[in-house]
Design a protein around this ligand. Structure first.
Ligand SMILES: N[C@@H](CCC(=O)N[C@@H](CS)C(=O)NCC(=O)O)C(=O)O
Length: 250
């Protein structure tokens, strides 16, 4: 049994982090059974040290920073931090399950993993973040204020984009989604996936962010309907529909 460490929020289904969705979807895509342990943001470091997880990055002061997702697999005794490393671990450890790297396509997945957030999502990050940030648990929100407000040099309320600035951010992300849609379309229509005929980890990355965006806006919001139904002819809504079956909550 695999344990997935995730962050709780006040949203339907409790999970809301795009990075932890990547691991959640990858485990379910492989048909593996797992349970979730939810950890509040301010408790991540202590709990991860307790289970022997590696930090994934550094804090502004240079000290190690622990992030989720992390998994613990009791079949092997391994603890793995970082979404892409988790996908690699699952692929190697469970070779007889559906492949996240079909045909051994590891390099394209690493490239995609590096590219997707900074290029496609980041232009509208504050639009999406401000939709969801107030849905943290009270402790999570307090921690976000303590850790993020000094970095943003603004309160979380002041970070919420408005008016023309908001529209410009969404337009920039829309343009990047369109470039990605053209890459997908180069496989030939009506192929739905980044690698053409078969789903892969790249599609799970896109879907993880789409779930996060949808949770933030809410299903009925006109901006979410526009993104999922209108952007790139509804490609992203369709991709989500096919792959959201792997958003298994445990
Ligand atoms: N490179 C890491 C990034 C993970 C990450 O940034 N996780 C966020 C949640 S989306 C986190 O745990 N943040 C904790 C914090 O900022 O204290 C991965 O892909 O797993």
């Amino acid at each position: 049994m695999i344990t997935l460490y995730d962050i709780p929020a006040q949203v339907p289904g409790k999970s809301f982090s795009p990075n932890t969705f990547k691991a959640r979807l990858a485990i379910a895509f492989k048909g593996l059974t797992f349970k979730t342990e939810y950890i509040e943001m301010p408790d991540i470091e202590a709990r991860m040290k307790e289970i022997g997880a590696e930090p994934t990055t550094t804090k502004p002061d240079g000290s190690p920073k622990y992030t989720l997702p992390v998994i613990y697999d009791d079949a092997t005794g391994k603890v793995v931090s970082d979404s892409l490393k988790i996908a690699e671990y699952l692929e190697v450890t469970y070779p007889d399950t559906p492949s996240l790297f079909p045909g051994g396509a590891h390099a394209p997945m690493h490239l995609f993993s590096d590219y997707f957030f900074p290029t496609v999502i980041k232009p509208a990050f504050f639009v999406f973040l401000s939709n969801i940030v107030f849905r943290f648990t009270p402790r999570g929100l307090e921690n976000m204020r303590e850790t993020r407000e000094p970095i943003f040099k603004k309160t979380l309320e002041e970070v919420v984009p408005k008016g023309e600035a908001r529209e410009a951010m969404l337009a920039a992300t829309k343009a990047e989604f369109s470039k990605l849609a053209a890459m997908y379309a180069a496989n030939g229509e009506p192929k739905a996936y980044f690698l053409g005929d078969v789903p892969s980890y790249a599609d799970l990355i896109v879907v993880s962010f789409l779930i996060w965006i949808k949770l933030g806006f809410g299903e009925e919001h006109s901006d979410w309907k526009m993104i999922s139904e209108k952007w790139d002819g509804g490609r992203w809504g369709k991709l989500l529909k096919v792959l959201e079956q792997f958003d298994v909550r445990t």
